[in-house]
Design a protein around this ligand. Sequence first.
Ligand code: FDA
Length: 502
Amino acid sequence: QSCCLSTSHCDSTSQNPINLTTHTPDSRTYTNFPESSSPDSSFINMNFASLKPILIVKPKSESEIKNAILCSRKLGVQVRTMSGGHDYEGLSYLAQSPFIIIDLVNLRSIKINLTDETAWIQSGATLGELYYEIAKTSKVHAFAAGVCPSVGVGGHISGGGFGTIMRKHGLASDNVVDARLMDVNGRILDRKTMGEDLFWALRGGGAASFGVVLSWKVKLARVPEKVTCFISQHPMGPSMNKLVHRWQSIGSELDEDLFIRVIIDNSQEGNQRTVKTTFQTLFLGGIDRLIPLMNQKFPELGLRSQDCKEMSWIESIMFFNWRSGQPLEIMLNRDLRFEDTYFKAKSDFVQTPVPENVFEEVTKRFLEKETPLMILEPLGGKINEISETASPYPHRRGNLYNIQYMVKWKVNEIEEMNKHVRWMRSLHDYMTPYVSKSPRGAYLNYRDLDLGTTEGTNTSFEDARKWGETYFKGNFKRLGLVKGKIDPTNFFKNEQSIPPLF
Ligand code: FDA
């Protein structure tokens, strides 16, 4: 208790401004994790009984982060760093061992430099805050990252970052040009001082294993002043299955300006439940160029110009969030989240088109559930141009698309959860013959503890390979070696962190 967490506070009994930066279970400002208003009470941790944090630190300066790290080391408690709090398994705010949360919500400045088309972003910023700031500064710039505005840049960029312009500009992590990291000793390292191995690891390897990323410097992408969006919806049945089947072969081959993702979900119409497929599209250009392209490559969709809408790039983000027409300021809302309460997700990579009858079976299974969801995101383009070892994210050339499976439910009861999780696992098992193999791939940003965990402190690197190679393939070994150098005592650890390799 004698540790100094805040530069303005060294005594937990005094009345000085402790509540500005640190929040104990006794203080009114402590958020009751995870049951109430944590940024992501919507997300549930499936696989372990978690504790509540001893303390939540909301640093206002980098020196306070240093104090929190050094103090935690001294007290022998774990640190969980939280940026947007969107981790699918809650690893930024739940843990099995005593821990504190470093919540970066107060460190979220964004500095855009249009001269060299870059931005320095503090890790606590959200994608929405970044996109809003870019749009305020330029009509022809964007950043290649995810579509959900409340996702934090800290976790998102360090885990890859799929988004609507990735086929032209790559993943968010492919566009990082510098980073500032605080290590286990409280030292601040940038690209030059950390060296290329550690800089490589942060861009897709999950930064939580290596330290606290304070800020990222990223390359902005150039986009046209007007882009085009459309959705095309199709009810379940043979023609829907045919369209999805056709999309599988062309989605990753299309012009890099064209991003068509597929969402399969279900809805209740009267007494009847039905499944539908939505093709949700962004084109980096105008309607006049899009229509001939679609007629040539995907005429089966029957796209007409009246189905399309031209808009600015930031409006396209609103469109992908089903929020067209709402004020842009909604992008600044850090609490945007699923209306449903809990969910479980999994992911896959597809390398050869899945037979048509598989979608028929998926549709049947979807009819059994209230809120199942499958999002198919096309790869190819720029993602293929980058080698498998250039960054920890290895799912490059040879992969047609990523599948994200999700099931949501509202009742917070263990039996309810088990029922849905069992359903999800069974769907994932069913897909085994049709997706990548040896190893079956998974995407780190759609974290899934079913793949395996580092149990206790004694998990060996060999044990961790089982799940590590699903995310990183052969890059897992290099990640282990980097970890061995920067954090040999394995201070920065969580249930799925990289074990050190020496
Ligand atoms: P959170 O704060 O929970 O951090 C996630 C992980 O990163 C944790 O392990 C945490 O400790 C660590 N971390 C966070 N900040 C750190 C820092 N500064 N230094 C070191 N470690 C840090 N993905 C995608 O690719 N494309 C998409 O479009 C979407 N969309 C989407 C929508 C919604 C509603 C959700 C819930 C999630 C997504 N995602 C996504 C997945 C998202 O990219 C993933 O969950 C990110 O890890 C979330 O980052 P946050 O900072 O929000 O999470």
